[in-house]
Design a binder for this molecule. Structure first.
Ligand code: ADP
Ligand code: MG
Length: 378
């Protein structure tokens, strides 16, 4: 039986734990607060900040896991690089966790591999930001190099917005580097997540592309499959293959692309299941969590079958604790609709608390209608 140390215990971790436990694993779930979603289904749990070196080291030394599985970006990844050298296995690799925690590092890797990205540059002050934005051409997107879920991200339409964008980025950044990436604004037709699976034995596999819509830096709904021109899909496969091969290791990656009329542009990637990929809980024979578990355990993936499916998030509206949910029965009274309530002990405005899933015809409209019926009550 493999012992897994899960770093981060949110809703994606919870589903991963269920998949891993179905395959006989023993899971220790870690996060900064007790009662986190994945802890509710794990064998053991451990509460500490994943960014703190000492407790992270101590948890690894205490539990001696066969596999260390990051579920979040914000981890003291230097510790992972060190313990990997000592013989621990980090999924997919300590380098992947370390590079993807920083937008500039993974972006530089992509550029080094000749992968098409938006025009971009980096800035370490408001003056530098203005110069880079002028060079790229307005509008531009500005993001702290260390942040996730849209924190500190804004669009500057003109030079007059630059100071506000800089201040907003500084307020939303994590870590100790005052550095932002400034990017050409891509007026995409749609954006996709391409779930890409690197197997221990066997070829790299791809799921059907997942389309999604983001607001305030968080995904609101996603659907699968997103139709794409075969040549564009091939371009996305080739880029995902290149970047994930460079990162190495086994596991599932969520690779994000913008698709314009003319081309496919690489945006970023997560070396782990992706939030927009929650749709696969209903659209695929094996969810992204099942696929991640199989890939890291070296188990075969004989086929991935996709039917039309969609997911839509249920958000909290205010601060509170021990939430209850109304409208769940109404949502579930429709055929081919399902709901996952994450079990988060506290709420805050816009916090993702549950997801509604639907499959078959008009899946997207039905998933959104189901999500709209559910309210978080505190
Ligand atoms: N250069 C860009 N042009 C247009 N939209 C963008 C650009 N960069 C990001 N976005 C939008 O913001 C969302 C979040 O940005 P992303 O780089 O994926 O950050 P995060 O790590 O927070 O997910 C994207 O999914 C996309 O909708
Ligand atoms: Mg993203």
């Amino acid at each position: 039986m493999k012992k897994i140390l899960l770093l981060g215990s949110g809703e994606l971790g919870k589903e991963f734990v269920i998949s891993a436990k179905r395959l006989g694993c023993y899971v220790v779930a870690c996060d900064s607060y007790a009662g986190a979603p994945a802890m509710q289904v794990a064998d053991e749990s451990c509460v500490f900040s994943m960014l703190d070196e000492a407790p992270l080291r101590a948890a690894i030394a205490q539990h001696k896991p066969d596999l260390i599985v990051p579920e979040i970006e914000a981890i003291r990844t230097e510790v992972l690089l060190e313990v990997e050298k000592e013989g621990f296995e980090v999924i997919p690799s300590a380098r992947a966790a370390n590079l993807t925690m920083n937008r500039d590092r993974i972006r530089d890797v992509a550029v080094g591999l000749g992968v098409r990205t938006a025009k971009f540059n980096y800035a370490e002050s408001a003056d530098e930001l203005l110069a880079q934005a002028n060079a790229i051409g307005f509008p531009v997107v500005i993001k702290p190099v260390m942040s996730s879920s849209g924190k500190g991200q804004s669009v500057a339409k003109t030079a007059a917005d630059i100071q506000t964008s800089w201040d907003y980025a500084c307020a939303g950044m994590r870590g100790d580097r005052k550095k932002v990436i400034v990017e050409e604004f891509i007026n995409f037709e749609f954006e996709i997540t391409l779930l890409t699976i690197r197997q221990r034995k066997g070829p790299t596999l791809f799921c059907e592309p997942i389309g999604h819509v983001q607001e305030r830096g968080d995904y609101q709904y996603s659907w699968q499959p997103q139709p794409m021109l075969p040549s564009y899909l091939k371009a996305a496969h080739d880029m995902a293959d290149k970047v994930t091969a460079d990162l190495g290791g086994a596991g599932l990656f969520g690779v994000e692309f913008f698709v314009t009329k003319d081309e496919v542009i690489f945006s970023e990637l997560s070396p782990r299941p992706h939030d927009t990929g929650m749709v696969t809980m209903i659209s695929q024979n094996l969810s992204e969590f099942d696929l991640h578990a199989r890939a890291i355990l070296g188990l075969p993936i004989a086929n991935i079958v996709c039917t039309e499916g969609a997911s839509a998030v249920v958000l909290a509206t205010q601060d509170g604790s021990n939430p209850t949910y109304t409208g769940v029965a109404e949502a579930l009274s429709e055929p081919d609709v399902d709901v996952r309530i994450f079990g988060k002990p506290t709420t805050r405005p816009y916090r993702r608390m549950a997801v509604a899933l639907a499959k078959n015809a008009n899946a997207l409209a039905r998933a959104r209608a189901a999500a709209a019926k559910i309210s978080v009550v505190v």
